[in-house]
Design a protein around this ligand. Structure first.
Ligand SMILES: *Cc1c(COP(=O)(O)O)cnc(C)c1O
Length: 342
């Protein structure tokens, strides 16, 4: 027997994680490089007995490291089990059911799922012809959610005007470390209305550890805490707290891998463009390439058959494109070779 809610939910579909064969896996924006060697050290020095205790429910040490990194106070940081969880908590903490939550029609497809889970009305605002936000569409609303850089387009834009708006705003900066533009985390910590959400999954190579965080005013963070502590005090396990702190502190390793990915992105953006696969100017760790034939689904299936996995969204306005994670040079060469056989 199920509730009406559970019967009606249409969940988010995550990218495939197939186990049937080895793929060149360029479909879920994972980082091709391992996490910092400091993470390895932590895991090797782990005392199994420490796991008999519950983890720190407030992630105090990790929040101190993150506060230092972001130039804010510990009270401005909320940590969750991946930024997907942080986003779910933020939707519940910030938005009311009185007016629609607005987000772009082409953006992270989890946003409408959270709205339906929490019973929030929502409306999508079409992006313009260059996949940019149509600013005029974001008034008269109960709140706004923006992924910046956006997914799956990769496009970064200056959205600082939303800080200080008279409605709540969530800015999802999952890919900000790959952009030349600036994070709004510091500004959000000084604002009444904005929450910036970040993740260790992409730029820190820790998708498997599940760690994301929010930066916001002390009042807004307290609201997120109340929501989280109303369903689970211990969302972030002890291993993840230790590993994320170690990764965040190793700034040199982090800048090195991010720089490599950005260089590979620019190199293969040029190569794909020259092959007729026109890419958006990406500020993320993926390329959003238009398939010359216009048939994204066929290109996706053709690549999969050749052992190269990319993501294709069968959605209006983007079904002629592939989202291709920036991998190592070797992986990108395999992609190019496979594209040539299509
Ligand atoms: C990957 C991604 C996330 C989720 O990241 P996790 O921290 O792994 O949950 C959130 N938002 C966007 C736009 C993403 O692409």
């Amino acid at each position: 027997m199920l509730s009406q809610l559970a019967k009606g939910l249409v969940p988010y579909t995550a990218g495939e994680q197939p186990r049937d064969r080895r793929y060149v896996k360029l479909n879920t924006n994972e980082n091709p490089y391992p996490p910092s060697p400091e993470v390895d050290k932590i895991l090797r020095s782990l005392d199994a007995e420490s796991l008999k205790l519950y983890p720190d429910p407030d992630c105090t040490r990790l929040r101190d490291v993150l506060a230092e990194k972001e130039g804010v106070e510990r009270g401005n940081i909320f940590v969750g089990n991946g930024s997907d969880e942080v986003l779910a908590v933020a939707f519940a903490a910030l938005f009311d059911k009185v007016a629609p939550v607005k987000f772009a029609d082409v953006t992270y497809s989890f946003y409408p799922v959270y709205c339906r889970l929490w019973g929030l009305p929502y409306e999508t605002v079409p992006l313009d012809g260059k996949f940019m936000l149509a600013r005029g569409g974001f008034c008269d609303c109960g709140g706004v959610v923006i992924a910046n850089p956006n997914a799956p387009t990769g496009i970064y834009e200056d959205v600082s005007e939303f800080i200080g708006a008279n409605f709540p705003v969530i800015i999802d900066e999952a890919y900000i470390d790959f952009a030349d533009g600036k994070s709004l985390a510091g500004a959000a910590s000084q604002s009444e209305n904005a929450v910036v959400v970040k993740t260790f999954s992409k730029s820190y190579s820790l998708a498997g550890a599940r760690c994301g965080y929010a930066v916001a005013s002390r009042e807004n963070i307290e609201g997120l805490d109340r929501v989280k502590n109303s369903f689970n005090s211990y969302t972030v396990n002890a291993l993840t707290q230790a590993v994320a702190a170690a990764a965040a502190k190793d700034k040199e390793y982090f800048s090195g891998t991010v720089a490599k990915i950005k260089a590979t992105r620019e190199k293969y953006r040029g190569i794909l463009n020259a092959m007729g696969y026109e890419c958006t100017p990406s500020s993320a760790n993926f390329l959003f390439a238009k398939v010359p034939s216009g048939d994204g689904g066929r290109a996706y299936a053709g690549l999969k058959e050749k052992g190269v996995l990319v993501r294709w969204f069968n959605a209006p306005g983007i079904s002629d494109r592939l989202r291709i994670t920036v991998g190592t040079e070797e992986e990108m060469e395999a992609l190019v070779a496979a594209l040539k056989t299509l």
